[in-house]
Design a protein around this ligand. Structure first.
Ligand code: NAD
Length: 315
């Protein structure tokens, strides 16, 4: 990884990854790109290029201009937003990835593309969900992520493009708000705990989903991209998780620090249906074996850090 292009770099994951990569790989070696410049602080702190990933010609121009050797492809339409606009979700998620794979094939880049727990559906075993199992998702987001996993495998097997990826669970973070996914409540609950001491949860009690704190999500990119490729059997779409929780478990953990915190429910039926179709907890043993995946944060340590950071940020 010498010259790294990040797409969708001003989103929840990309904005923190851009900052980390600028620090680790050099400001001049990271090309931050996004469809719009919605965060001047991140964009202005290094190289920034406007890039709509559905524009393959523009992508090629940027890859050639900077002699990019690695693409971290984060631009996507997430699950909640995708259900409101399935056509846009298909266009951005599929054509965007296709353009990335094509430019990678032509210019010899290696790529990282995150998949998601959304690739699973109601027929998938919900407990200890295996790495290889039934993938019949019921959202357009999930459909594009399954197709994306297979397309990445195809480009590796057919053209030798070094494609790698993980199935992220819900990512909890405190820098940029999430972009319209089903696990977003797990971020908002912390913000509201600090701001108002109350939270109205759109996901019902008892709905277990995998989650992860942002520092671990970022480490996963570096670790997988720097891993010895010959040791990777799955290559794309490794299950990775750090914890499994429902709204009650999260609220109880927050109450250890803010005893007066109160939570009520106003369940969003669209999000709830999506959440019900996703795993309770994934088996990530292949990622642990093949490239040493080992998250640092559990629910307790993440909660301490989230509350500490948000107290300072929101005061
Ligand atoms: P996000 O919505 O916060 O950010 C996505 C970014 O892509 C935004 O800045 C948006 O402006 C940009 N974008 C949208 N359409 C674009 C286009 N056509 N061209 C260029 N940029 C465009 O998403 P995120 O949470 O940062 O997710 C990054 C990746 O990780 C996505 O592939 C997502 O599916 C995956 N993922 C995220 C989570 C999570 O909990 N955040 C979980 C599983 C997988």
């Amino acid at each position: 990884m010498k010259k790294i292009l990040i797409t969708g770099a001003l989103g929840q994951i990309g904005s923190e990854l851009t900052t980390l990569f600028r620090k680790n790989y050099g400001v001049d070696n990271v090309i931050c790109s996004n469809r719009s410049n919605k965060n001047e602080e991140i964009a202005g702190a290094g190289i920034f290029e406007l890039l709509d990933v559905t524009d393959g010609a523009r992508m090629t121009e940027i890859v050639k201009k900077y002699k990019v050797d690695t693409i971290i492809h984060l631009a996507a339409i997430l699950s909640g937003v995708g259900e409101k606009n399935p056509v846009a979700a298909w266009d951005v998620n599929m054509n965007g990835l296709y353009n990335v794979l094509e430019v990678a094939r032509q210019e010899g880049c290696k790529i990282f593309t995150p998949s998601s727990i959304a690739v699973f559906g109601p027929d998938t075993p919900a407990l200890n969900t295996p790495q290889v199992t039934i993938q019949r998702p019921t959202t357009i987001y999930g459909v594009t992520k399954v197709a994306g996993e297979i397309l990445c495998d195809y480009y590796y097997n057919r053209f030798g493009v070094d494609t790698r990826g993980v199935r992220y669970p819900g990512i909890i973070s405190n820098s940029i708000l999430p972009g319209g996914g089903t696990t977003d409540y797990a971020v908002h609950i912390y913000y509201e705990a600090i701001k108002t001491g109350k939270f109205v949860c759109p996901i019902d009690k008892g709905t277990l989903m995998d989650m992860m704190y942002m520092p671990d999500a970022l480490d996963a990119v570096t670790q997988l991209m720097e891993a010895d490729g010959s040791k990777l059997k799955n290559r794309n779409a490794f299950n990775i998780t750090a914890m499994s929780c429902d709204p009650e478990i999260l609220a109880e953990e927050i109450k250890k620090h803010i005893p007066e915190f109160e939570m009520k429910y106003d369940v969003n039926p669209v999000l709830q249906k999506i959440a019900n179709s996703w795993p309770d907890n994934m088996d990530d043993s292949d990622a642990r074996k093949e490239w040493g995946w080992n998250p640092k944060y559990d629910l307790a340590s993440m909660t301490v850090d989230m509350l500490e950071v948000l107290k300072k940020k929101l005061k």
